[in-house]
Design a protein around this ligand. Structure first.
Ligand SMILES: Cc1cc2nc3c(=O)[nH]c(=O)nc-3n(C[C@H](O)[C@H](O)[C@H](O)COP(=O)(O)O)c2cc1C
Length: 152
């Protein structure tokens, strides 16, 4: 049934980042959506075992960097290895959003969000984040998420 869900509910591909003290990290996330207009709130769905979960939970902030069409390699780099095993940002140009969340310069645009609510959702947690910063960087066509590009 997961493949049917993936054919029905469309997503983009993002690098979801967070920083806490000296620690910073990013992971690939597809389960992302806008949930409010006033104020602007987006939701990200993160499994508790992700290193990024820990950093979002402790810092109360996250950033979403939208990947461009053709950046599947970057999505795999950030999506199949944990930052607990090494610095995934090595070799990437990274800046910081207003509240310190890492920003991947080679992305379409980014948002930084302040966590306003956490909602348990099965085996994931939804972090609802109010948008506090953001900018269009390179612009261009965003990368659509296709289940078959990453999973069997
Ligand atoms: C295309 C793609 C989309 C993903 N989307 C999500 C997601 O929305 N939520 C999630 O918890 N994990 C998602 N993952 C898995 C994490 O990116 C992966 O477990 C990552 O290694 C976690 O890194 P971390 O431990 O450094 O945080 C996705 C992976 C891929 C390849």
């Amino acid at each position: 049934m997961q493949k049917v869900v993936a054919q029905t509910v469309l997503h983009g591909v993002y690098i979801l980042t967070a920083a806490e003290g000296e620690r910073r990290n990013g992971m690939t996330a597809a389960w992302v959506c806008q949930v409010s207009f006033r104020p602007l709130i987006v939701a990200v769905s993160v499994a508790p075992e992700r290193y990024t979960f820990d950093l979002i939970d402790k810092s109360g902030y996250f950033a979403l960097c939208a990947l461009k069409a053709g950046q599947e390699k970057d999505a795999k780099h950030f999506g199949f290895v944990s930052g607990r095993k090494g610095d995934k940002f090595e070799g990437y140009k990274i800046s910081a959003a207003a509240n310190g969340s890492p920003v991947l310069e080679d992305s379409v645009a980014y948002l930084e969000c302040k966590v306003v609510e956490r909602v348990l959702a099965g085996d994931h947690t939804l972090f609802l984040g109010e948008v506090v910063d953001g900018k269009v960087l390179q612009g261009g066509e965003p990368l659509p998420f296709r289940w078959s590009d990453y999973f069997k």
